[in-house]
Design a protein around this ligand. Structure first.
Ligand code: NOJ
Ligand code: MG
Length: 532
């Protein structure tokens, strides 16, 4: 059910929606091939309605050689047979809409798969041919042209250029199997306009735009200055802990020309009824640069990764809230919040793991859910799942293959639904999931947690209910956010999150939701509470 909006301020549905990210291959496997699929999702939509989310974002299910789990698209207008058929998308949309859920699909415009007919044609053509001009093919440096055209590094490690047989190089900011498109070639935007229309005509409610900050590179393709490492995704545990705060020279990201694309997409989306929307995945360097993607005539939302990158600290959280609200206010956009997704270490693990990591994760979630704008949840966080240490022989992330660092598979392990042994109802009995599931997840299954009033699942359901009731209007005031306690007010709601190591006295008020047990009028460490 979409959240009720007060008659005086008719806000579009997405403005304060809670989105649930479904990572297709790991959600629910209907046919036992070990990969989640569209019929699997459809069969679980009721679960999402019961949990209390408003919308579902589904990661790529298009035909793909799956070198980057579907973020390498070989055909933008079809479904990979491993995930189903086009009619399964229609069924999913019909069922979701009937249950009052919106559906957002992933759009991958920065690069295609190397299996896309365009890239195959480019390889078959000669240097200088029109077929090559849809991508970024260049001569190499050096007398024999055997050095890459510039010093850019792939986000997944190693050079961002690969050489083809006739000696030219092509740019791939991600894996070699993900050649970057040249958005200065008019054929490229024209193709994506058609792709948007294709899915809008089928009834999707919006798009999550992959690598939205990447489409244009500086026209000269000049060297990046002061490179130490080239990644934009904080992709392994150590790197993710040390987030650089200084502004880097990034000629491959966040170029001004990209905004014209989003202006034209906004116009296209507005030709449809039903408040269709788009959310940008833009790893920009500052809240201000993030806000440029959500100016009134551009995209509706942009992921705000500030909280996800922040340490467990009241001061850091206060700064995230302050910085985010200040950045989006001038452009009139609503903020978004997210703590986990399929590219980062799950937040209980980031906060130290074990019971303390989970307590902190629940506290951060409850605090986040009180804030204005919309929130994005990642499948499995409602079960308190931790990052899994996937054995090296089972890892599939291209980042692992290119760098030898663990990569993102640990956040992508399939969901445990029921039972006491793998695959825990993820697929029919006997299914071998595409990533091994831990042997000790029996207590974490949906089946077990739904019956337990103290489980993380029950906490999420209650917090989402409480959000509808208490956290849909009012400005945020930061009462205290300097030392160990984050204390916010929003309308009638008071939010206190204790990031310190000692209990603190609760302010006056009636408790409407807590992230964990309270001790009388004391708020224990690693706990958050809502009061009215
Ligand atoms: C961001 C996606 O979330 C990630 O999973 C993918 O590897 C890159 N974009 C490249 O498409
Ligand atoms: Mg399957």
């Amino acid at each position: 059910m979409p959240a009720p909006t007060p008659a005086s301020t008719p806000a579009p549905w997405w403005r304060d929606a809670v989105f649930y990210q479904v990572y297709v291959r790991s959600f629910a496997d209907s046919d036992g091939d070990g990969l989640g699929d569209l019929p699997g999702i459809t069969s679980r939509l009721r679960y999402l309605r019961d949990l209390g989310v408003d919308a579902v974002w589904i990661t790529p299910f298009y035909p793909s050689p799956q070198h980057d789990a579907g973020y390498d698209v070989a055909d933008y207008r079809d479904v990979d047979p491993r995930f189903g058929r086009l009619s399964d998308v229609d069924d999913l949309l019909t069922r979701a809409h009937r249950l009052g859920l919106r559906v957002v699909v992933d759009l991958v415009p920065n690069h295609t798969s190397s299996d896309h007919p365009w890239f195959r044609a480019a390889l078959a053509a000669r240097p200088g041919a029109a077929e090559r001009a849809r991508y970024l093919f260049r001569q190499g440096r050096g007398r024999r042209g055997d050095r890459p055209p510039n010093n850019w590094e792939s986000v997944f490690g190693g050079p961002a250029w690969s050489r083809v047989e006739d000696g030219e190089w092509y740019l791939h900011l991600f894996d070699t199997s993900q050649p970057d498109l040249d958005w200065r070639n008019p054929e490229v935007p024209a193709m994506f306009d058609d792709v948007l229309r294709f899915w809008l005509d089928r009834g999707v409610d919006g798009f999550r735009v992959d690598v939205a900050h990447g489409l244009f590179k500086v026209a000269s393709l000049r060297d990046q200055r002061g490179v130490t490492h080239g990644g934009d995704l904080p992709s392994d545990r150590e790197d993710r802990a040390m987030v650089e705060r200084t502004v880097r020279d990034e000629p491959m990201w966040d170029q001004p020309e990209v905004h014209e694309v989003y202006r034209s997409w906004r116009r296209l989306l507005e030709q449809y009824d039903g408040d269709r929307m788009a959310v940008a995945e833009a790893w920009t360097q500052t809240p201000e640069s993030m806000a440029r993607y959500v100016r009134r005539d551009e995209l509706h939302q942009a992921f705000n990764f500030a909280w996800l990158l922040a340490p467990w600290s009241a001061e850091a959280f206060a700064e995230v809230v302050r910085g985010t609200l200040a950045a989006v206010a001038p452009v009139g956009a609503a903020p978004t919040w997210v703590l986990s997704n399929h590219d980062v270490v799950r937040h209980p693990t980031r906060y130290g793991g074990g019971p303390r990591g989970l307590a902190r994760a629940r506290a951060a979630t409850l605090t986040m859910l009180a804030l204005p704008g919309s929130a994005y949840l990642y499948q499995g966080e409602e079960l308190g799942l931790e990052e899994v240490d996937v054995p090296p022989e089972s890892r599939q992330d291209p980042y692992w293959f290119r760098t030898g660092k663990p990569g993102r598979d640990g956040a992508r392990v399939p969901i445990p639904w029921r039972g006491s042994r793998p695959p825990y109802g993820f697929g029919p009995a006997g299914t071998t999931p595409w990533l091994p599931m831990p042997d000790d997840w029996a207590a974490l299954t949906v089946g077990r947690q739904r019956k337990d009033p103290d489980s993380t699942w029950t906490f999420y359901r209650d917090a989402l209910r409480a959000r509808r009731r208490w956290a849909t209007c009012g400005e945020v005031e930061i009462v205290e956010g300097r030392r160990t306690v984050l204390h916010l007010r929003r309308g009638d709601l008071t939010v206190v999150c204790n990031c310190g190591s000692r209990p603190v006295r609760l302010p006056a008020g009636e408790i409407v939701q807590a992230s964990g047990p309270l001790h009388g009028d004391l708020l224990p460490p690693d706990t958050a509470v809502w009061l009215v």
